[in-house]
Ligand binder design. Structure first.
Ligand code: PLP
Length: 386
């Protein structure tokens, strides 16, 4: 990152880690079909199985329960389906209940018909309401099939962490299955599928500093599994066909190993986020933060500036060398308040998100501080002219 720019968009895609790049490079050199039985094929298989162990360790799961995908979106499409199997027996899940501030990859309902997807809301801080989920679940007809619930663990726009234990209890009481999108939580708070709170977690490589285009669905037990989204050659024990993305998986594994270790230094990221928020308050005292009153992952802050549209703010920051997002990058191109802000009841079209990471530097903070001052100056002169 040059001294003149600040990359504050880690939740969209974290910078590629040197260890991930090295793992990708050596996997490219080792290219062979991991299903081939000859030596080169077996070496490629080794690379995949090493990554599988690294990702399992991050999720607190057994390696044999990690299924590689092209990313979190594909993992969500795989998991959110009415047809599961328990061993060989079919198991029907008749409705999907999804949190209103989920990422579009789960909010869109996966392979459920639109009429079978219900949303449960959040409070003004963005915390999901377990009682509202329970109200939905109490009306669920278990004779038609079990309920499936999906929720993110940490929000990509605000960083707000959901109360997984409370949600899980409601899902268990209703006899349902729980899919947790841990894309933004991984490497920022501990994950432990072995605690039995969730049945599946969804992970994405590029949010951890691995290459783009790799992800995983991780099952807690492997006893109950969704019918595959992609069928064919039987890879991933028949759960996801197609020759594995060897280089992508290798880089994902290296990033997952790094994420496990970097949990210890997450406090330092929180301290940098604190300084960034102090700067915002100092330079733009009327800025409003979203989700700041509740527990958040350490790297994310979301705020709006009264009277300024998110797009205008984002462009102003970009021109001043700061890369950040208005709402989520995945929904960029759309204007107006994000679905997350709407669900929180925030009446503001101006929320921008800053997301940082362990390598965020003093230079980047200085670039941001200068950008803030320029924006505040322009805002001040406009107000003066009005
Ligand atoms: N879930 C969350 C919470 C995200 O933030 C994102 C991407 O921003 C995704 C899922 C989708 O991830 P992928 O790009 O791997 O499909």
């Amino acid at each position: 990152m040059s001294a003149e720019t600040a990359y504050f968009d880690w939740n969209a895609s974290a910078p590629l880690l040197p260890a991930a790049r090295a793992a990708v490079d050596s996997a490219l050199d080792a290219q062979a079909n991991p299903s081939s039985v000859h030596g080169k094929g077996r070496a490629a298989r080794q690379i995949i199985e090493t990554a599988r162990r690294e990702i399992a360790a991050l999720a607190g799961a057994a390696p044999e329960h990690v299924i590689f995908t092209s990313g979190a979106t594909e993992a969500a499409a795989m998991a959110l389906v009415p047809n599961f199997r328990m061993g060989r027996a079919p198991l029907r899940l008749s409705k999907l209940y999804v949190c209103a501030t989920d990422h579009p990859c789960t909010l869109s309902g996966g392979r459920f018909a639109a009429d079978d997807v219900m949303r449960f809301g959040v409070d003004s801080n963005g915390v999901a309401d377990p009682d509202e989920l329970s109200r939905h679940l109490s009306g669920h007809d278990n004779a038609a099939g079990l309920p499936l619930v999906a929720i993110h663990l940490a929000n990509n726009e605000t960083g707000v962490i959901q109360h997984l234990e409370a949600i899980s209890k409601r899902v268990r009481d209703a006899g349902g299955l729980l899919v947790v999108d841990a894309v933004q939580a991984a490497g920022r708070i501990p994950l432990d599928l072995s605690r039995g709170l969730a049945d599946f977690v969804i992970l994405s490589s590029h949010k951890l500093g691995g290459p783009i285009g790799s992800g995983a669905l991780v099952a807690a037990t492997g006893l109950v599994m969704p019918v595959p989204l992609i069928t064919g050659g039987g890879q991933e024990k028949g759960h996801r066909a197609g020759t594995e993305n060897l280089a992508g998986i290798a880089g994902f594994g290296a990033a997952a190993a790094n994420a496990v270790q970097s949990l210890d230094s997450i406090g330092a990221v929180g301290a940098i986020r604190g300084r960034i928020e102090e700067l915002v308050v100092e330079v733009i005292p009327d800025a409003q933060f979203h989700g700041r009153q509740v527990e958040r992952i350490a790297n994310t802050t979301c705020f709006s500036v009264p009277g300024m549209k998110a797009e205008t703010l984002q462009i102003a920051f970009d021109l001043a060398g700061v890369a950040l997002s208005a709402g989520s990058a995945c929904s960029s191109g759309r204007t107006g308040p994000s679905h997350v802000m709407k669900a929180m009841g925030v009446d503001s079209g101006s929320a921008v998100r800053i997301s940082i990471g362990p390598s965020t530097s003093e230079n980047e903070i200085a670039v941001f501080a200068e950008a803030l001052r320029q924006i505040a100056g322009r805002r001040g002169s406009k107000a003066h002219a009005a």
